[in-house]
Write a protein that binds this ligand. Structure first.
Ligand SMILES: [Zn+2]
Ligand SMILES: [Zn+2]
Length: 171
């Protein structure tokens, strides 16, 4: 899957990928994605990569633990520089656009790594299977999206979101 940088023509090339990758390092490449990546050399081993990545990774709702598929359709626009440039380039040059610069080692580029990274920064830190998920009862564990168990849920363990919702429901 890795591409030798010497195989990339001066005018650049476009990669179309439709594969699976191991997004959360579970040991199985189970996350299908499609990607279109335009790779263009800009000299001195540096490449500009622009493209689009689409995927529907399975995430676990952080409130009710339900597994749901999360739609990702994201654009990617990065500069890929050889890692050895880190040591030689004047520091301020790299600092300027630090966030958009990625580094590769040796003579090969691994497009899957770029796709994976792009997906990981797009996945929400606190996934919710729907924005108003009511979560699980902190007392008995019932899925409050399905039934109201009627537990008394006052107490220090209560989350802010729960009390806000309860206030809403009282109205
Ligand atoms: Zn949920
Ligand atoms: Zn309960």
């Amino acid at each position: 899957m890795a591409m030798k940088i010497n195989d990339i023509p001066p005018e650049g090339l476009t990669l179309e990928l439709k594969e699976k990758l191991d997004l959360f390092d579970t040991g199985t490449a189970s996350t299908a994605f499609t990607a279109v990546l335009g790779i263009k050399p800009t000299g001195a081993g540096v490449f500009h990569i622009k493209g689009r990545v689409q995927s529907d990774p399975e995430l676990e709702c952080s409130r009710c633990l339900k597994v749901f598929s999360y739609r990702i359709d994201t654009e990617l626009d990065i500069t890929l520089a050889p890692e050895k440039a880190l040591g030689t380039a004047p520091e301020h040059e790299l600092d300027r656009s630090e966030l958009d610069v990625e580094f590769y080692q040796g003579e090969e580029i691994e497009p899957l790594d770029l796709v994976k990274e792009q997906l990981l920064i797009t996945v929400p830190m606190v996934p919710l299977h729907r924005p108003d998920c009511r979560g699980l009862c902190p007392v008995c564990g019932t899925d409050l999206n399905e039934t109201d168990c009627g537990c008394k849920k006052d107490g220090p363990a209560e989350f802010g979101a729960f009390s806000a919702l309860k206030d809403l429901l009282k109205k």
